[in-house]
Design a protein around this ligand. Structure first.
Ligand SMILES: Nc1ncnc2c1ncn2[C@@H]1O[C@H](COP(=O)(O)OP(=O)(O)OP(=O)(O)O)[C@@H](O)[C@H]1O
Ligand SMILES: [Mg+2]
Length: 378
């Protein structure tokens, strides 16, 4: 770039320019002098370190300014003694759980004397989440293969146990104690078999049959399916789907399973009391805050919400609920939501959960509208 040189006060002009440039940078910048006094903090640095923007921090010791972030203080602490400075290193701020990538460099004057140090950094939380999901997918592929083989092998002896226990029950009719024990064996092997079935459903690679699919149909089918399976008790259910909602590009059976799992969870959370509101509406991915991977422009999506007024999900549990095998239920396998997420991911969709303690939980599934169906009413 060529900057026109002006005769008058060239240094002040460039000074102002540099100040604006650093101030508006999308990377965090924090510079300190040799004595540890802060020379510069830009807006992004204030945001990431949770410092009051606009406060005059210049001149203050960095240890004081960053007292809430001991990990950063430690990084800066050794900067003038280090032989090689970290370049593209990463750390998780314990205070806010934000992951930052950073580079440290020394500031030298014309004579080569070190006069300070600068920390450049970037918020990597989003990148981290995407990587985490990819890592999980890889891990599941490897573990899944083994789990599938094991589940398959366990299925047969399990069925054998059940059959033989039933025979034993018939032979011990005159012994009530033995009958109780044998019935217990049968029930436990039934439970084990149900878990094996769920594991198989989870690890089986998803082969989607994508067709323009009516969300209303999938929701109705899920409601019927779940009525037969889960104890709904006196739970009231309402379903609101606009009649002109366009179809999504989806697999009817898999989507039915997604909604059924969400409904079962809602019923279980409500324990027979309360209500579940199921709604669907048209939105753009931008509006829903859920950008479908690959789609940079706002694409039309259908947003389905399953909301209950149950106890809610405690904060310390919320980030684990989608993990396979995470459950808070004595007889749960913890695979329900893991399967839900796997299916939604395969649809290039998104799933989010919002919850208020004691007020309820809402699961929101965002699915892309079927291609070449944009704008049509169906
Ligand atoms: N609507 C909800 N309200 C409150 N907590 C919920 C709700 N949905 C899910 N959870 C929490 O998330 C956990 C994980 O749910 P998930 O469906 O994956 O497994 P599960 O229901 O425990 O077992 P499974 O579905 O395999 O029978 C639950 O154990 C529960 O703690
Ligand atoms: Mg469940």
């Amino acid at each position: 770039m060529h900057m026109p040189k002006r005769a008058a006060k060239p240094s002040r002009l460039t000074d102002v320019f540099f100040r604006h440039m650093v101030g508006n940078m999308r990377n965090g910048v924090l510079a300190i002098a040799r004595d540890g006094a802060v020379v510069l903090v830009n807006d992004e640095a204030c945001r990431l370190f949770d410092l009051p923007p606009g406060a005059n921090l210049v001149g203050m010791p960095y240890g004081e300014v960053l007292h809430g972030h001991p990990d950063i203080v430690r990084v800066l602490g050794g900067v003038f003694d280090m032989v090689t400075l970290p370049n593209r290193a990463e750390l998780r701020l314990r205070s806010t759980s934000t992951v930052i990538g950073y580079t440290l460099s020394l500031v030298r004057d014309e004579a080569g004397t070190t006069v300070g140090a600068a920390l450049f950094f970037k918020d990597l939380t989003d990148v981290e989440q995407i990587e985490e999901r990819e890592r999980l997918r890889d891990r599941l592929a490897a573990v899944g293969e083994m789990a599938a083989v094991m589940a398959h092998e366990i299925k047969n002896p399990l069925a054998g146990i059940e059959v033989m226990a039933a025979l034993l029950r018939r032979k011990t009719r005159d012994n009530p104690d033995a009958q109780t024990l044998v019935t217990e064996i049968i029930n436990e092997s039934k439970l084990a078999n149900a878990i094996v079935q769920e594991v198989l459903a989870f690890v089986r690679p998803i082969r989607l049959q994508l067709f323009p699919t009516s969300v209303a149909d999938a929701l109705n089918s899920a409601l019927t399916l779940v009525d037969g399976e889960a104890a709904r008790g006196a739970t009231a259910v309402s379903l609101h789907v606009p009649t002109d909602l366009p179809p999504v590009g989806g697999d009817y059976h898999q989507l039915t399973q997604v909604f059924a799992n969400l409904l079962i969870n809602a019923y279980q959370a409500l324990a027979g009391r309360g209500h579940v509101h199921v709604t669907a509406r048209l939105a753009t991915t931008a509006e829903a805050g859920a950008l479908v991977p690959g789609g940079q422009t706002a694409a039309p999506t259908v947003v389905v919400e399953v909301a209950d007024n149950g106890p809610g999900v405690p904060a310390d549990v919320a980030d684990k609920i989608f993990n396979p095998f995470f459950t808070t239920k004595p007889k749960g396998s913890g695979l329900g939501l893991a399967i839900v997420r796997k299916i939604v991911d395969a649809h290039e969709g998104r799933i989010d959960m919002t919850t208020t303690d004691g007020r309820g939980t809402c699961f929101r599934v965002t699915l892309p509208v079927a291609p070449h169906q944009h704008g049509t009413h169906h």
